[in-house]
Design a protein around this ligand. Structure first.
Ligand code: LLP
Length: 413
């Protein structure tokens, strides 16, 4: 469900015509809907109303301060993976006690910053990381609250780049070593081991892998309780998929109920780290057609957005719906939608049948809210696009388009 709809043929975000946003903010531009974000936050929390829980938005999916503060207002916490993301969440007014810190390669400095901030939990992914965190906590005369991230070896049946819970992946502590890692963590003087964590992958479109992961973790919890563990948190990560094309991922209610059933009888605070399901369908990338161009065997539509603005098609071969902003023409044609970047991999769609569009017209790339702007770069020295947040019949620019000056900031000729 989202708030990008046509009225008299023309595409709106909530009550604002996208044409009006392009006129003021220029193109390309990311356009987010407040109503969609708020709705997704509520829908994601609802299934867990009956139990202690905290939904921690995965900041890497979409890290604009305005969006983080909006989600904070909706009662969400945050899942971070870097000192930069910690900085962002605190700038957005987050309670540090609502922040969990994931990632295989936390640095000593990042650990120190998170300890100083007083975050809820470190999701620790290796024995070496346990030792370093213990040392940093000791230097600070603090105790570090720790969850062990376990690799449950569950196949998420998703794109290989975003499958994380398989044996061969770099993430988490292998299930087979978990009990030993737990003993080590308990023996380290400056750590409090209070939880278990896992994340099986991203863009999952079935419930089964999540439930399998819960089953794995429950068997481990039983073993750890035998060893005298006093756990308080169980973090099941993120990963719930969205519909980019014709996928039919489970509704958050179905997903949530399945998790609650699988957790029946377990008295732990549930943590979740969704990113995509909250932000993905809450934004479009608004772009203008620069040229049409015919080659011998292909027809190209060249837009002012490129792979540096939205990397997903180039990197994962990801499908994003594309549509004209004005009433779609009846005549359709098969085109490649490409950007100005000097790479053949710079495409937003390939061999796509679309309503015909002419130079100068606006089109949108749908479902661009997650891993869209947050993965944008300055490749080809292209300033990153602005981010615009719509709320009802108003909108504001919540991140300005970068300038050429921004491009060279910090450089010394
Ligand atoms: N928690 C952890 C530990 C993660 O690694 C991730 C995503 C999440 C939560 C959030 O997952 P989500 O709910 O968004 O699926 N750039 C890729 C996605 C990479 C996901 C990385 N980890 C893409 O554009 O599809």
């Amino acid at each position: 469900m989202n708030h990008f709809r046509r009225r008299a043929g023309e595409l709106y975000c909530e009550d604002v015509p996208l044409e009006a946003i392009a006129a003021q903010a220029g193109t390309p531009a990311y356009v987010y809907s407040t109503a969609t974000l708020r709705r997704h936050a509520r829908v994601m929390r609802a299934p867990f109303a009956g139990r202690e829980h905290l939904v921690c938005f995965s900041v890497k999916a979409c890290s604009n301060l305005a969006i983080l503060s909006l989600l904070r207002e909706e009662g969400l916490g945050f899942d971070i993976v870097s000192g930069g993301e910690l900085y962002r969440t605190l700038e957005a007014g987050a309670d540090p006690k609502s922040v969990v810190f994931s990632g295989v390669g936390k640095t000593a400095r990042e650990m120190a910053e998170a300890l100083d901030a007083g975050i809820l939990l470190f999701n620790v992914e290796s024995e070496a990381e346990l030792r370093l965190l213990d040392r940093i906590a000791g230097q600070k005369r603090r105790r570090a609250p720790v969850s062990l991230r376990i690799n449950p070896d569950v196949d998420p049946r998703t794109h290989p780049y975003i499958a994380t819970g398989l044996k061969r992946s770099k993430f988490g502590i292998p299930r087979s070593r978990a009990r030993e890692a737990y003993r080590l963590a308990r023996a380290l003087p400056h750590l409090d081991v209070v939880g278990l964590d896992c994340h099986v992958g991203s863009q999952l479109i079935e419930v089964a892998p999540f439930v399998e992961a819960v089953r794995e973790l429950r068997s481990l919890i039983d073993e750890l309780v035998d060893d005298g563990a006093a756990l308080r948190y169980l973090d099941l990560g993120g990963g719930l998929g969205i519909s980019y094309r014709d996928e039919r991922p489970p509704l958050p209610m179905t997903y949530g109920r399945a998790l609650c059933d699988a957790l029946e009888g377990l008295d732990l605070t549930l943590l979740l780290e969704p990113g995509r399901v909250l932000a993905g369908n809450a934004a479009v990338l608004l772009t203008r057609v620069l040229f049409r161009k015919d080659a011998d065997e292909k027809r190209f539509v060249v837009t002012d957005a490129a792979m540096n603005d939205l990397l997903r098609p180039a990197l994962y071969g990801a499908y994003h719906e594309i549509a004209p902003v004005q009433r779609p023409r009846r005549r359709r044609e098969t085109v490649d939608v490409v950007g100005p970047v000097c790479e053949s991999g710079d495409f937003l769609a390939q061999d796509r049948e679309l309503p015909a569009v002419e130079a100068g017209e606006l089109v949108v790339i749908h479902s661009a809210g997650a891993y869209g702007f947050s993965m944008a770069s300055n490749y080809n020295s292209r300033p990153r696009p602005p981010e615009v947040l719509v709320d009802g019949d108003r909108f504001r620019i919540v991140r300005e388009r970068e300038s050429y000056r921004d491009l060279v900031r910090g450089e010394r000729p």
